[in-house]
Design a protein around this ligand. Structure first.
Ligand SMILES: NC(=O)C1=CN([C@@H]2O[C@H](COP(=O)(O)OP(=O)(O)OC[C@H]3O[C@@H](n4cnc5c(N)ncnc54)[C@H](OP(=O)(O)O)[C@@H]3O)[C@@H](O)[C@H]2O)C=CC1
Ligand SMILES: CC(C)(CO)C(=O)C(=O)O
Length: 324
């Protein structure tokens, strides 16, 4: 199958390069960040390392939306939440989207599938979550964090139907690529399971400018995680959303995932340290919104949203440390 990746950032490169190198798929990348495109063209591809080692150039095809004339079978979308609406509008205007295409996204936070559904039929949308850590260290320069074969992701159709042949083919390609997919029975609970995880790790690591391994050095991590998870689960229960993990499994995975990715700064910190807006409104803010809609105030999540925005504001007075 032919894939088109919209958003040649950390995760777009991760999925595209693994599909191209390990599964032998044809992949085209679409991006709007000109220094990124220029750097790919200058160095003959994207520079890829794994855990800081074995850095090499992987030749890739990259285009702006307006340059692109191809017709992939599947689009993979990895933009930041706040970039998505403008990106989809620009891609549509450039004639990129066609009715026969499928679309997959494993962005963090929630709110993106409603936007994607404005351009694609519901049955062609495949929702995903990725417990896969990747750093974008500069234009066309990525670092895949974690040992090979630890990649772990979930997928479910946006209409919650059983996989049809096209969705199964995507799953098989992701398996061959080494992305470690598993099907989940239902998209919303699957996605919320990742949102609540990111509402702990991404947010706390960002505010305290920590790698995940440093974060779990603190003895109060379990207690802090439990407080945030309990509030999020209580809100989800009132909203009738059933997560695919239990509260205890979420707390345990904060520890195990942070150990596995001990040198990773969550993607939120990558934005924070570069002076860009963070996705906090789509993560803790999304949980808080679900709570409010169901007469339950998620006080800690609402407070944490303010804290992250306050930390963002403070960047005009002192600069966060760059990623080590
Ligand atoms: N990184 C990770 O480990 C993980 C990330 N995710 C999620 O995946 C989604 C995509 O994240 P990720 O791949 O990390 O995002 P990136 O920030 O690496 O890339 C997204 C886009 O941002 C733009 N961009 C990136 N850096 C800069 C910069 N310095 N200046 C200007 N533009 C820049 C580029 O597009 P353009 O200029 O065209 O806008 C790029 O295509 C998010 O929802 C994230 O939460 C999920 C799991 C893990
Ligand atoms: C890798 C992981 C799971 C860390 O929280 C992530 O989702 C991110 O960096 O945004």
């Amino acid at each position: 199958m032919k894939y088109g990746v919209i958003g040649a950032g950390a995760m777009g490169y991760r999925y595209g390069v693994m599909l191209q190198e390990n599964a032998g798929m044809t992949v085209d990348f679409i991006d709007t960040w000109q220094p990124n495109i220029d750097q790919v063209r200058k160095q003959g591809g994207v520079s890829v390392a794994r855990d800081h080692e074995n850095r090499h150039i992987v030749p890739i095809n990259i285009y702006t939306p307006e340059e692109y004339t191809g017709h992939p079978d599947v689009w993979i979308i990895f933009k930041k939440q706040m970039q998505l609406a403008a990106e989809l509008k620009r891609d549509q205007a450039a004639g990129l989207f066609h009715d026969d295409q499928y679309v997959f996204s494993a962005m963090n936070g929630l709110g993106h599938f409603e936007k994607i559904a404005q351009y694609f039929p519901k049955e062609n949308i495949v929702c995903g979550t990725a417990m896969i850590a990747t750093r974008l260290d500069g234009p066309a320069n990525v670092d895949f964090m974690g040992a090979k074969n630890t990649e772990d992701m979930h997928m479910a159709r946006y209409n919650n139907a059983e996989p049809n042949s096209q969705v199964q083919a995507i799953f098989d390609d992701f398996t061959k690529a080494g992305l470690g997919p598993a099907f989940a029975p239902e998209w919303q609970g699957m996605c919320m399971s990742k949102v609540v995880f990111n509402a702990v790790t991404n947010t706390l690591c960002t505010m305290f400018e920590m790698q995940m391994g440093q974060f779990i050095e603190y003895e109060g991590v379990r207690a802090m995680s439990e407080q945030l998870f309990n509030e999020a689960f209580d809100a989800c229960e009132r909203a009738g959303i059933h997560l695919i993990e239990t509260r205890q499994q979420e707390v345990d995975s904060v520890i195990t995932v942070s150990k596995a990715y001990k040198y990773h700064y969550p993607s939120m910190y990558q934005d924070f340290s570069k002076g860009r807006p963070t996705e906090v409104d789509y993560i803790n803010g999304y949980i808080a919104k679900i709570g409010r809609e169901h007469d339950y105030v998620c006080r800690t999540h609402e407070f944490v949203v303010h804290e992250v925005h306050m930390a963002e504001m403070m960047r005009k007075y002192h600069h966060p440390a760059p990623q080590a």
